[in-house]
Design a protein around this ligand. Sequence first.
Ligand code: SAH
Length: 244
Amino acid sequence: MRTLLLLVLSMVANVRDATAQDAQCVRERTAMVETIKDYARSRAGVLGQQGFSERVLEAMGQAKRHLFIPERSCSIAYADRPIPIGLGQTISQPFIVALMTELAGVAPDHVVLEIGTGSGYQAAILAHLARKVCTIEIIPQLAEAATKALKDLAYDNVSVRLGDGYAGWPECGPFDAVVVTAALGQVPPPLIEQLKVGGRLVMPVGADYGTQHLTVVEKTAPDKTTTRAVVPVRFVPFMRSPSR
Ligand code: SAH
């Protein structure tokens, strides 16, 4: 009887702890959204006076970033900083995730391609905004962990594929938007081919560990694009599969 009572009491305490932790996470996530909103306002040159759209801020306020990182700590997850996710890779700081999402111009009926699934967090943000997200990751352990995180959180409009994203994913497209989260000296031509006319590709373009610019390529006609460099950034390198 006494053991049963202790067990019930410890269960109640655990639930209370979990609820308190959830509330703390919600507060930290709300604060993160305010931070990136203010940051966008203070750097009006990047997104203009209007800053982030409500849709993007809402997605950033909903996705549980702490469940995509190894530590699962809210104080780490919701600081506006990049976070190591193992195997030499990192999730970008929340401001950059939001900025890439905003620049991609994602609408509710869109099909979006992401190259570099990593933790799955950017894919989750895109999944809040688009109809379908197809994302490719080259490192098996990361692809596996991201697939699990996305499934556990019921993101059922995201498909994760293991492989080199250079060639895109034609069977999943054509795409209204493409987001690449690893840096390369030039935009892979297959990604432009798989982009619809009127669609946008957002990608860090530049040397490995050197100067890179977050770049927006807009496809204005079947064989025409316009390119704009938005801000200097620092991303992990885009890798190429040895079997190509
Ligand atoms: N979008 C991720 C950020 C990941 S960092 C997130 O939200 O967590 C960049 C990722 O790109 C890494 O996981 C890296 O393994 C992956 N990557 C690098 N080159 C790639 C390639 N050619 N194809 C697919 N993924 C690639």
